[in-house]
Design a protein around this ligand. Structure first.
Ligand code: SAM
Ligand code: SF4
Length: 373
């Protein structure tokens, strides 16, 4: 059963009072503590290929962009995997554009090698691959699959995520299929996509709950000037348009933690990109419990340019690991040990939610009342 009604979620997404929002974040932090504990899990991200067959209107890897691309070799990937083990991470995430040059059996063999050599959990994030391929990788030992549905609104989805040829693109159905195959499933959205309204974002959060997701990634939309949406975003002035700022991400993360208390929620790199100083900490204090340090070797990490100015792109994996562990310790949290799958073992506790936010019209009415008196 939902812990927040649709109108409550919508009210909180529109809330602007810093003191009231601090109470929402504190509530989400408490729910996080009760359900997944203080551990922050480190997932080493290996961006294995920047080739992509799709034309997503938001993404710097879209096929239409002419730029140097790479696909890592088996040896390069295994080197990153061993580094993940040495750095004490519990999971490796292999991510890429929708690259059909990544052959199913080639990757299956790498997954088998990782599972044979290490105790690491393996997460895949390779786009909309065929059910047979997804099944093969699961049989090879992959544990989790990340596929953001980007928006629950069909019209916005169709506008920003064109089909690949004649193939239907239905990420929500594919997530259900991934679960049936046996993966832990992760999804997520960007906040502030041009054309995204508060109503749509509230529905996204409700869909997270309906899908009973194991992992949920939420980050700001960051305009890439060489994409259709990047060129469009500067022109938006609409009061229903969700902004692409840190507060918006933190509100969405906090509400998601409250409605999906057991899920693993990363403080995303995109959040760290809009606030390089302490965006990651703010994420952890608003309900998040995962960091995803990048293991991709230079110069590939510079070439995996989803959006410009990505945080930490010039740091190597050792520096990144050191920096993130310091941030976790300064918050009084601990670094997670082991794979850190979904925390089903935590006993759910009754939660008293913060009181309903006052809508701006109610605030206006109240201030008028005070003036009149
Ligand atoms: N190709 C795979 C896929 O689409 O699922 C995985 C890689 S893709 C780059 C990972 C995620 O990056 C997308 O799901 C999207 O949410 C995010 N992303 C893409 N472009 C972005 C942008 N301009 N700003 C913020 N996030 C973006
Ligand atoms: Fe390709 Fe994923 Fe970027 Fe879409 S979001 S263009 S599928 S890498």
């Amino acid at each position: 059963m939902s812990r927040l009604t649709h109108d409550e979620i919508l009210g909180w997404l529109r809330e602007t009072s810093p003191s009231r929002l601090e109470r929402l974040f504190a509530q989400a932090d408490q729910v996080r503590r009760d359900h997944v504990g203080d551990a922050v899990h480190l997932r080493g991200l290996i961006e294995i290929s920047s080739y992509c067959a799709r034309q997503c209107h938001y993404c710097g890897l879209r096929a239409a962009r002419s730029m140097p691309r790479y696909r890592m070799t088996r040896e390069e990937i295994m080197k990153c995997v061993r580094q993940a083990g040495l750095l004490g991470f519990g999971t490796v995430v292999m991510q890429a554009g929708e690259d059909f040059g990544i052959e199913a059996e080639w990757l299956a063999e790498i997954i088998r090698a990782i599972k044979a050599e290490t105790p690491l959990a393996v997460t895949l994030s390779l786009g909309e691959r065929l059910p047979d391929e997804l099944r093969l990788w699961r049989q090879a030992g992959a544990d989790r699959y990340l596929l953001r549905f980007e928006t629950s609104n069909p019209a916005l989805y169709a506008a920003i995520h064109p089909r690949r040829g004649a193939a239907v693109s239905d990420r929500v159905s594919l997530l259900r299929e991934l679960r049936a195959i046996g993966y832990e499933i992760g999804s997520g959205v960007m906040t502030g996509i041009p054309g995204q309204t508060y109503e749509m974002l509230a529905r996204d959060i409700e869909l997270f709950e309906a899908l009973d997701l194991d992992m949920i990634g939420i980050g700001p939309f960051l305009a890439h000037p060489d994409t259709p949406l990047g060129a469009q975003s500067a022109a938006i002035i609409d009061e229903d348009q969700v902004p692409s700022n840190e507060w918006m991400v933190l509100k969405a993360v906090a509400l998601t933690r409250i409605v999906c208390p057991e899920a693993n929620l990363p403080a995303t790199t995109a959040l760290a990109t809009i606030n390089t100083v302490d965006g990651r900490e703010h994420g952890l204090e608003s309900g998040a419990n995962v960091f995803m340090p990048v293991l991709t070797p230079a110069p590939y990490r510079q070439m995996y340019e989803i959006y410009p100015g990505k945080a930490c792109v010039d740091e190597d994996a050792t520096q990144c690991n050191h920096c993130l562990r310091g941030r976790i310790q300064r918050l009084g949290r601990s670094v997670g040990v082991g794979p850190g799958g979904r925390a089903k073992g935590f006993l759910k506790q009754g939660q008293s939610l913060p009181e309903e936010p006052i809508s701006s019209s109610r605030t206006d009415a109240l201030s008028q009342f005070v003036v009149l008196r």
